[in-house]
Ligand binder design. Sequence first.
Ligand SMILES: [Zn+2]
Ligand SMILES: [Zn+2]
Length: 298
Amino acid sequence: MKYLTISILILLGTVLLISSCKDDDPCVETTWYEDADGDGLGNPDVSQSACSQPTGYVADNSDPDDTGSSSPEGTTPASAFDDFNTDAVTVSFDGNEITIESTGVPNHTSPYWDSSNSLYIDPVIADPNQMSPGKINTGSYTVTVPTSPTKAANPSNTGLGAIGIAVSGAPIFNDEEGPNISLSENVASGFDYGGGHMGPTGYHYHLESSDVEENTLLSHDDERLVGILQDGFLIYGRKCNATNDYPTDLDESGGHISSTQHSGEDEFYHYHIINEFYIGSYILLFGAELQGTPNAIQ
Ligand SMILES: [Zn+2]
Ligand SMILES: [Zn+2]
């Protein structure tokens, strides 16, 4: 009995020792910042100190607008969609999402229209011998994007087919004419002044439009809106309204955060046509990687 009591006392002492050791563990309190909108960035004005991360709080304190609808890349200004051709494009807003539907039928003249169409013109810059077969017809393009798109952890390559929808309603393509076949100068010489031509799926743009008097709608060496890409970020012409000049702070995809003619003082991430020749004197609309998460254009 005596031995048992001693054993118990020793055991008890050991337990007490262990638990007191635990209590003595250094707890280094750090500051945690509230992340009300769940974007991983914390509000510098709302914080608490704790040893471990409290729910809804993050270590970061760089969210200037933790109101719940914001993203580090800002919110796409709704007024930008006023620039789209309403004959072809329908835009609907639903909570945190925007759905853009288009028939793909542009609202400008082109030799790619059937000659019976009122928008048909003889080629202005297109080499008739290099024009692709087919006439502009009605298609269907639909994409749903977030109102506040964010950059993805890794940029992604674009694929063949529509990568965005232009303000005219026609789809935007990248720099490829086929699987791993880059656009050639020969093929580009058959493009209309809109920077587009026909393909198996319909009329589409690859290039910036040309500076001809027939071109009254599409961006050429200016700050006009070009369209929206499938990651939800808008793409503007070569110049930015924020500086009335070519932006000098663009990332490798032609993107930056600034205000535009659509956003007042608000800044948000958007692309620009990169101000450099692709082949000959042709300038690509978008031949880079998408910085956001691509949504399917169906
Ligand atoms: Zn093409
Ligand atoms: Zn800009």
